[in-house]
Ligand binder design. Structure first.
Ligand SMILES: Cc1cc2nc3c(=O)[nH]c(=O)nc-3n(C[C@H](O)[C@H](O)[C@H](O)COP(=O)(O)O)c2cc1C
Length: 184
């Protein structure tokens, strides 16, 4: 197995990959990536995540057919789901779904950085049909697909899409109110 890359290097080289080789991803590696995913923080440590791993080519193709956002032909898909029964309940008795989505996103980033360290490529997919995916995968009512992460070996390197500058998007203390012409 390839020597793991350092965290900062993984942060810099991780890209959304939309073209994959045919090489399958070993289940031992998938397990190792998910072990990193579950180290993410979660609201009240509820860990409301549920990961559905698809490495059966027939299932992958079925999901792909209903997921216009999937680029290329990834050998593996991981469906990131929320378990509604594990979501935090707010004081007024309603379920806090937002916290669950934050938890899931943090787990996904952990997993994607770990994948990068193994030389794997990933892409978050939100453009898909959650209800159809839920049906195809015969998921119980409480397990709700939120997004998919594709996984496979990248066909080639991808350049980094331009980032907005820190100068444009960050400020200290009350600077933002002055930028907007308001005095607090
Ligand atoms: C919430 C979310 C939804 C996304 N949905 C898709 C998608 O459906 N299809 C796709 O190709 N990329 C999708 N992406 C990937 C973004 O396009 C990508 O992260 C962005 O262009 C920056 O590129 P980078 O990840 O290589 O830095 C999504 C990313 C996020 C965070």
């Amino acid at each position: 197995m390839e020597q793991g890359k350092r965290l900062e290097e993984c942060l810099c080289v991780r890209r959304s990959i939309r073209q994959f080789t045919d090489q399958p991803v070993e289940r031992t590696i998938i397990q190792a990536l998910l072990e990193m995913a579950i180290l993410a923080p979660s609201a009240s440590n509820r860990q409301p995540w549920r990961f559905i791993i698809l490495d059966d080519p027939v299932l992958v193709q079925k999901i792909r057919a209903f997921s216009p956002g999937i680029g290329g032909n990834p050998p593996c898909l991981i469906v990131f789901c929320l378990d509604s029964q594990r979501l935090p309940v707010m004081r007024n008795g309603t379920i806090d779904r937002t916290c669950g989505i934050i938890d899931l996103a943090m787990a996904a980033e952990n997993m994607m950085l770990a994948a990068t360290s193994h030389g794997l490529g990933t892409c978050v997919i939100k453009s898909y049909h959650p209800q159809i995916v839920k049906k195809i995968l015969e998921l119980p009512e409480q397990i709700c697909p939120e997004f998919i992460v594709t996984l496979g070996y990248p066909k080639w390197k991808v350049p980094m899409p331009k980032r907005r500058s820190l100068e444009e998007i960050s400020s200290y203390n009350l600077e933002v109110s002055h930028e907007h012409g308001r005095d607090l």
